[in-house]
Design a protein around this ligand. Structure first.
Ligand SMILES: C[S@@+](CC[C@H](N)C(=O)[O-])C[C@H]1O[C@@H](n2cnc3c(N)ncnc32)[C@H](O)[C@@H]1O
Length: 286
């Protein structure tokens, strides 16, 4: 007979790091259906054999470096619990800054048409769709596998104002058709050593890398968005902590105005954006 306490002792031996306790609780909840309250209140309770096997196999996967979010198949983002698989980037808390900044610019009852480019799990599009139900969200991704994860999340969140398209960035979206574009694109340099570390090493490469300086996709989005945005429309992008100046320069050179950069919760430059200037000016600039 294996008890909750036995399994927690197994986990103590395998899991290390600051989040070990929290991870252990989440794994037991996900694999055995035993939440924290019961773990604490009934440590001597017996766990069914099939659940014991599931928990131990999950522990081994975690020990071998698999991200917790992929093992338990979910991740919290904004006020949602999103389904995730190795086909999508694990949504990050810093991306909530992008959501906050977008919301700060969308009036409460606005019926805007907004694109989320590279939607992955659908995190950004879903947060905006829930907070601004009168808006229409178009969420694109070049990865069909990522879009099926997003589709499952759209269904689970019961929103009807998100449509998904399998395309490269803005390809099928008409000129001057969007009030806002948001994107957390790949922005890691091809040879960045972080690609070999931790959770990042297990995430899809297509979701992460963007040329020698990590700026290739950001530049394409900034360039193409000029045409897809309506006059005065907003573009907001997430980027690396050391890319703010390059991104702000690109925004200015493609004719955006009111260019800004804001920090994430760790104080790093993380989100930049600007507004499409009037059409004549943009045409002249480009
Ligand atoms: C950094 S992930 C962001 C995922 C999600 N938006 C988030 O914040 O968690 C970048 C996403 O862009 C997608 N992507 C990469 N290249 C693309 C392209 N050319 N067109 C559209 N999406 C692309 C990837 O498949 C991935 O889902």
């Amino acid at each position: 007979m294996t008890t909750i306490q036995d399994l927690l002792a197994d986990a103590h031996r395998v899991l290390t790091g600051d989040d070990a306790r929290q991870e252990m609780e989440w794994l037991m909840d996900a694999c055995c259906g035993i939440g924290r309250a019961r773990q604490v209140a009934h440590p001597d309770a017996t766990v069914p054999a099939d659940k014991v096997d599931q928990f131990r196999s999950a522990l081994q996967r975690r020990h071998s470096g698999e991200p917790l979010a992929y093992i338990i198949g979910k991740r919290d983002f904004w006020d949602m619990q999103l389904y995730v698989t190795p086909d999508v980037l694990i949504p990050q808390p810093d991306t909530e800054v992008l959501v906050e900044q977008a919301l700060a610019r969308i009036p409460d009852n606005a019926a805007w048409r907004i694109a989320d480019l590279g939607t992955g799990s659908g995190a950004i599009a879903l947060a905006l769709a829930k907070e601004r139900p009168a808006c229409q969200l178009v969420a694109s991704d070049a990865s069909a596998a990522a879009l099926s994860v997003a589709a499952r999340n759209v269904k689970a969140c019961r929103v009807s104002n998100v449509s998904l398209i399998n395309t490269s960035w803005l390809a099928p979206l008409g000129p001057g058709s969007l009030d806002m574009i948001v994107s957390n694109p790949p922005y890691v340099a091809d040879d960045d050593p972080c690609l070999l570390e931790g959770d990042v090493s297990r995430e899809p490469r297509q979701a992460l890398v963007a040329g020698p300086e990590g700026l290739d996709e950001l530049e394409q989005i900034i360039r193409d968005s000029v045409h897809a945005l309506k006059e005065d429309g907003w573009l907001l992008v997430e980027h690396g902590h050391d890319q703010a100046s390059a991104v702000a320069t690109m925004l200015a050179s493609y004719g955006y105005r009111e260019v800004f950069t804001l920090q994430d919760y760790g104080g790093n430059d993380r989100v930049s954006g600007g507004r499409r200037d009037d059409a004549d000016h943009c045409t002249e600039t480009l």
